[in-house]
Design a protein around this ligand. Structure first.
Ligand code: HEM
Ligand code: HEM
Length: 179
């Protein structure tokens, strides 16, 4: 970690690509359930699985990239409570984006009427045995994790807005570092 002003370009690019994909993914997940047997909804299930797996690949890439990069420290002027909240929100978001696709894959795999899992047309094996109880548990977990992440993301964005528009110190405007 260092006192540089901006995040490296690769981290900024991955942040914004994933932000768009994740908000889209939550919206589509919410819209397509409860399931109705229409062409649109069936198509959305297929796209939701493909994009969910893509998000998983991107988060693996993002964590490796973060580990090899040198992200900037938060400015000294940020109050310590805000600093702690920001660090925990970031950690939690990473945990969510790893666990949500995994639970999605497990619920799809254990669902006895599953139409299969494909990654943009490539068949992905459903490795787990069909099991109603496991499906019910992972289906709940997937939804709870996704909507809890949305709440944490709301706090994340509220924090960014506070530091940009409500703090007296322009040094606190962390959005500049991510643009
Ligand atoms: C970061 C990635 C993902 C996010 C944010 C996400 C989000 C969501 C959300 C918000 C729902 C609706 C939950 C509800 O209201 O009950 C949902 C449902 C679903 N997700 Fe995901 N998902 C992701 C990845 C995946 C993956 C990778 C798969 C499978 C390979 C998957 C399979 C499903 C399925 C099958 C449903 C419908 C479950 C049902 O009909 O009860 N998701 N997802
Ligand atoms: C799905 C949506 C989003 C996700 C998953 C997400 C995730 C993250 C994560 C994990 C970090 C920490 C980066 C690191 O140090 O590794 C971060 C930083 C940041 N995010 Fe987001 N974010 C999202 C949306 C947004 C939005 C909409 C904004 C703008 C309003 C935003 C602004 C920022 C800024 C400014 C930082 C850098 C904070 C700092 O300087 O330390 N993010 N984001």
């Amino acid at each position: 970690m260092n006192q540089k002003k901006k995040y490296p370009g690769s981290m900024r690019a991955l942040h914004w690509i994933m932000a768009i994909l994740i908000f889209g993914q939550i919206y589509v997940g919410w819209y397509m359930t409860p399931w109705k047997d229409t062409n649109l909804i069936n198509e959305l299930y297929v796209w939701h699985k493909s994009f969910g797996l893509l998000i998983f690949l991107l988060v693996v890439l993002r964590l490796l990239n973060r580990w090899r990069s040198d992200p900037p420290e938060l400015p000294e002027s940020i109050p310590s409570l805000d600093r702690t909240l920001a660090h925990w929100a970031h950690r939690l978001i990473y945990v969510f984006i790893v666990l949500i696709p995994i639970t999605g894959y497990i619920l799809s795999s254990t669902y006895k009427y599953s139409s299969g899992v494909t990654f943009f047309g490539i068949d992905i094996p459903e490795l787990l045995p069909k099991n109603d109880t496991a499906f019910a548990i992972f289906d709940r977990m997937h939804a709870i994790l996704a909507y809890t992440m949305l709440a944490v993301l709301t706090l994340h964005v509220a924090g960014v807005i506070k530091h940009r528009f409500f703090d007296k110190n322009p040094e606190n405007d962390v959005l500049k570092r991510m643009l």
